[in-house]
Write a protein that binds this ligand. Structure first.
Ligand code: ADP
Ligand code: ASP
Ligand code: MG
Length: 433
């Protein structure tokens, strides 16, 4: 018997069929956005089961549903408690997980749906932005070993007191990668409405190109700088636990984009810039005429940090006369009003003066690439390209593998397209310099 079995295996592999593997497959909002699409997802999952693979599926809410729920809350209470928000927004994923299980049953595929809490996704109690602390995989493993497809509601977990928590917008990606890490899956596949990670958002730049692979480090930067194709925490998990992670289309077959550790990519040709991220979700605040003495930055930012508002970019000007300076920083647009009040009511009185300016119409555009490490001149070229388009740069921030500029929101898309072309990222162009 043994040699025969061996023969069958060898034959299968020879014909390109992969050996039995465990996949975690996450389907985003558009991919489960209607009954037809849920049925199509079930067909896709069935194909993997038919090939003998084990499958854990993580689903998002139907596209638009989480926003709809948030809007309902705002019509009732403009300051809903975070705990109740989590009770509310976690329902979207419960709907799609059960519907997908039903769709699988219709195809005679054994499947069971679970909430995050039911599959043991334990988080801290930071409602609306909870962090996963541990995952108990015994029950999932048992179901898988029984031949079941396990369908998990993404985006949610449960804290030590049994309260439902959610993982931040886009958090189903993190559910997927965290489950893949905990189950030691062969691959975590993020199915979405584009066929991979592009050099920039293909909806803004029609010349954007799909990348066959990108390093974890670059993907982390792109995600944190505004590319919503993957939630940043999902990329962090993938990097930390070495989860093979792939982004691919749920609508058409294709290789997608593999997120790889940097060493794996080192042999390939290293482009100067891998991608361009952009966001208009921040706002800028400036305090003019603040005293140029030790302790001022902490007096300005301390009260803001104390209210858990995150500060992103910071610029302090050199004081021309030596006594007074300007201090500028950015926060999320949603924190703008609160930050302005703190500056007005607490900081300016504490400093004994200062004039406040605010601007909500800004955008941040960032170039990202590990190739930048070994190349000078990326910043100056970026500034030249923007100057040629008459785009004024208001703030700049750099790190080893990225350069970000803050510009007028109205010029964001123009800046993205001009930089995409100038850095040789356009489809059918060869990367220059
Ligand atoms: P899902 O609902 O599947 O999680 P998202 O809307 O969260 O999908 O993420 C996919 C979207 O991310 C794409 O439709 C695209 O517009 C956007 N996106 C932004 N930057 C990129 C990029 N560099 N590559 C691919 N998609 C990107
Ligand atoms: N439904 C949640 C959101 O819209 C989580 C997700 O889709 O990943 O943010
Ligand atoms: Mg998403």
């Amino acid at each position: 018997m043994a040699p025969a079995l061996f023969f069958i295996h060898a034959w299968e592999n020879h014909h390109g069929q992969a050996a039995m593997a465990l996949y975690v497959q996450k389907f985003g909002g558009t991919s489960v956005g209607s009954v037809e699409r849920i049925k199509a997802v079930a067909e896709k999952v069935k194909r993997f089961r038919d090939e003998g693979h084990q499958v854990v599926v993580v689903v998002s809410a139907m596209s638009g549903e989480t926003n709809r729920l948030i809007d309902l809350a705002s019509q009732i209470n403009d300051e809903p408690t975070p705990r109740e928000m989590d009770m509310l927004v976690s329902t979207g994923e419960q709907v799609t997980s059960s519907l997908l299980a039903m769709a699988l049953h219709k195809l005679d595929v054994a499947a069971t749906s679970y909430t995050g809490g039911q599959v043991g996704i334990q988080t801290d109690s930071a409602h609306t932005k909870a962090r996963i602390q541990r995952i108990e995989t015994d029950d999932i493993q048992e179901d898988l070993d029984d031949g079941q497809v396990v369908v998990v509601a993404g985006f949610q977990g449960v804290d030590d007191e049994g309260n439902i928590t959610t993982l931040g917008r886009g958090g189903s990606d993190t559910t997927g990668v965290a489950l893949a890490a905990a189950l030691k899956a062969d691959e975590c596949q993020i199915y979405t409405d584009v066929d991979g990670v592009y050099t920039t958002d293909p909806r803004v730049c029609s010349k954007a190109q799909r990348l066959s692979s990108i390093t974890v480090e670059e993907m982390l930067e792109l995600a944190s700088l505004g590319s919503k194709v993957l939630q940043i925490r999902a990329v962090e998990f993938a990097g930390k636990y070495n989860v093979p992670l792939r982004v691919l289309s749920s609508f058409e077959d294709g290789p997608g984009t593999l997120i790889v550790a940097e060493e794996e990519e080192a042999s390939m040709e290293e482009p100067l810039i891998s991608g361009i991220a952009f966001t208009s979700s921040e706002a800028k605040l400036t305090l003019l005429n603040t005293p140029d003495v030790p302790g001022v930055a902490s007096k300005i930012l301390g009260p803001i940090a104390d209210t858990n508002i995150e500060i992103d970019m910071i610029v302090q000007n050199v004081a021309p006369a030596g006594d007074y300076t300007d201090f500028t920083f950015t926060v999320a647009k949603s924190d703008f009003t609160q930050t302005r009040s703190i500056l007005q009511d607490q900081v300016i009185p504490a400093l004994g003066g200062g004039e406040l300016r605010g601007d909500e119409n800004i955008a941040k555009v960032s170039l990202v690439g590990v190739g930048m490490r070994s190349h000078a001149g990326v910043a100056s070229k970026m500034f030249r390209v923007l100057a040629d388009e008459n785009i004024n740069i208001r703030m700049v921030s750099t790190s080893e593998i990225k350069i970000s500029v803050v510009i007028d929101e109205k010029q964001m898309e123009l800046a993205v397209r001009a930089l995409h072309s100038a850095f040789g990222l356009d489809k059918d162009s060869i990367q220059g310099e």
